[in-house]
Design a protein around this ligand. Structure first.
Ligand code: KG4
Ligand code: ZN
Length: 367
């Protein structure tokens, strides 16, 4: 098939795009044109935490480019994320990252149909950089703007590539700031069933790694250390019976006491503690997700967020689930902009376009 320009520019001069798209009937004409041309490229921008990311995604599924500039080395010096440092770093890297994403995708601005950007949840200073960069580009290029919930973006990472959504599905979103169990009944239809009452799963991994002297970020460090150990140490699980909520702060405290009791840990003991700690988190996440899945009769389970990159979690949930489980590849579990562009594609399809006055919502939730 010959390469066609993306749909909005195919039918409208760029300067008129946004204002005309605001009108419902004309928007439907644009959608129809899109359905015929079948190629819609969205530039996604993500700066909610400590990764500056930009990506070009076609039709919500085909990743043409995905650039992630990680600040991990900078924050590792402090043992965790320093918000002011994160936002300053986003300022330095945002435009080069966007330019790299455009270059790698081999597209020009007239090929882009929509600018998508994360508006929350996240660090306010970090979100502001991404949102203002997105607004500036959208205004300068006369493109529509779509604000995306970061957690919703994590879910949509599951449908990049060839996987198809099957509703109703149960989403376990486990990241540095969230452990949410969310029922999804359709695109944009969410009901939050449970959340963390204290530490998020990723936060627990990060704090546990610090206790074990394994560095930052803790999830990959604990996973690597756990490979050399057996999960045999007795650590508690907070089941919170009758609730879909999670709690990991008691587990973290138990690990701290264990380390204090044992004194200086040698490598085999660190490995055993890491394996036991990881298994305790995985047991709780998987058991509670299975209970909710059976109760609700969902047809699919989706893992999302940085902790979804954990292989022990992925293997354990896949083995125990009575329904298919989708898990994004590791580079799409952690923060990236391809998931933001993919999510915006479905917003656009349902007519959800934002104004140039969108703002960040640092404590945004889902459902
Ligand atoms: O989704 P994400 O990249 O950023 C947030 O939205 O928070 O998640 C980051 C979190 C960190 O806490 C990190 O330790 C954890 O995901 N993480 C992992 C793994 N890779 C990243 N946790 C366990 N195992 C991993 N392999
Ligand atoms: Zn995230």
């Amino acid at each position: 098939m010959p390469k066609m320009p993306s749909m909005i520019h195919f039918c409208l001069p760029p300067s008129l795009n946004y204002s005309i798209c605001q009108r419902q009937s004309e928007f439907q004409v644009v959608l129809l044109t899109y359905a015929i041309i079948r190629s819609m490229k969205i530039l996604g921008i993500e700066t909610s935490c400590d990764e500056t990311a930009a990506a070009v995604v076609e039709d919500g599924a085909n990743i043409m480019s995905s650039i992630v500039a990680s600040q991990v080395d900078i924050h590792a010096r402090y043992g965790g994320i320093v918000p002011e440092v994160a936002s300053r770093q986003h300022l330095i890297t945002a435009l080069p990252v966007v330019e790299s994403a455009m270059a790698e995708a081999k597209v020009a601005w007239q090929d882009i149909a929509v600018i998508a950007v994360t508006i929350g949840p996240g660090l306010a200073g970090s979100l502001l950089v991404g949102v203002n960069v997105a607004k500036a580009i959208a205004l300068a290029q006369g493109l529509p703007l779509i604000g995306v919930n970061h957690l919703e973006g994590h879910i949509y990472a599951n449908w990049l590539g060839h996987s198809q959504p099957v509703f109703p599905c149960l989403c376990l979103i486990v990241s540095g700031g969230h452990s949410d169990l969310v029922l999804m009944t359709g695109h944009g239809q969410f009901e939050r069933l449970g959340r963390t009452r204290d530490d998020a799963a990723g936060e627990a991994f990060d704090k546990g790694a610090r206790i074990l002297g394994l560095g930052y970020p803790g999830g990959p460090a604990i996973e690597a250390a756990a490979k050399g150990g057996v999960p045999s140490l007795p650590l508690p699980r907070a089941w919170l019976k009758g609730s879909d909520d999670f709690s990991f702060s008691g587990l973290k405290t138990a690990l701290l006491h264990l380390v204090q009791d044992k004194g200086l840990l040698d490598a085999p003991l660190v490995a055993e503690a890491a394996a036991s700690f990881q298994q305790a988190i995985v047991d709780v996440l998987v058991t509670k997700t299975m209970q909710a899945a059976e109760r609700l009769g969902v047809r699919q389970i989706l893992l999302a967020g940085g902790v979804a990159a954990n292989k022990t979690l992925g293997n354990y949930i896949t083995r125990h689930s009575p329904v298919p489980v989708l898990i994004p590849p590791p580079n799409l579990c952690t923060d990236n902009a391809a998931m933001i562009a993919a999510c915006a594609y479905y917003h656009f399809q349902s007519g959800k376009i934002d104004g140039y006055d969108i703002d960040i919502v640092a404590s945004l939730s889902l459902g």
